[in-house]
Design a protein around this ligand. Sequence first.
Ligand SMILES: CC(C)(COP(=O)(O)OP(=O)(O)OC[C@H]1O[C@@H](n2cnc3c(N)ncnc32)[C@H](O)[C@@H]1OP(=O)(O)O)[C@@H](O)C(=O)NCCC(=O)NCCS
Length: 176
Amino acid sequence: MAVLQIIRSLFVPTESVEPEIIVPAPATTYTIHPLTEKHLKEVMRVNLRCFKKGENYTKHTFSYLLNEPTTLSYRVSTPNNQIVGFIFVMTSQGTGHITTIGVAPEHRRRGLAQKMLQRIEESLRKREIATVSLEVRVSNLAAQSLYRGLGYIIVQRLNNYYNNGEDAFLMVKSLY
Ligand SMILES: CC(C)(COP(=O)(O)OP(=O)(O)OC[C@H]1O[C@@H](n2cnc3c(N)ncnc32)[C@H](O)[C@@H]1OP(=O)(O)O)[C@@H](O)C(=O)NCCC(=O)NCCS
């Protein structure tokens, strides 16, 4: 479970943001491509809109993940190259571990998270990685529903997993 400890250490408090009014974005097309260091600032912006204070990663953490060869990461972009979604997966010893995923609020419920997770699964299979896992807050019913719909199952409850004392569910999916 060393990877779980690494992931826990990635959560560092950051500045809070004002609540925003969400207006769904006009219908558009989306593409998924790998993330690189040059996307750091934009990913940070989307991240701050996806997670509350204390739940989001720092710039340092994203920079580390973007430069770590065993980490896979993708972005969802609009035709004008605006990043509206991101996903990061760490690979180690034949498993993939989703560390974070987010979609900008005005682009949600359009299947973008589902598509990013499917892209990650393709990449992991190409690397002959047989399982993928993640942690999700017990209160995050939206994300749990997303993962369940893609075949992830809860295998363990991790007590007091997050900085605020909240428990996590460890969810796992076999890729074969
Ligand atoms: C969770 C999150 C990534 C989902 O992104 P998304 O692009 O809106 O998800 P999708 O459109 O691919 O949803 C696929 C399915 O997941 C489920 N789902 C997604 N959001 C849901 C919600 N708010 N409530 C209930 N089910 C939801 C639904 O079954 C959905 O299918 P449907 O729209 O046909 O009903 C997005 O809400 C988000 O960024 N949340 C904040 C960050 C976060 O919680 N990340 C996960 C940390 S573990």
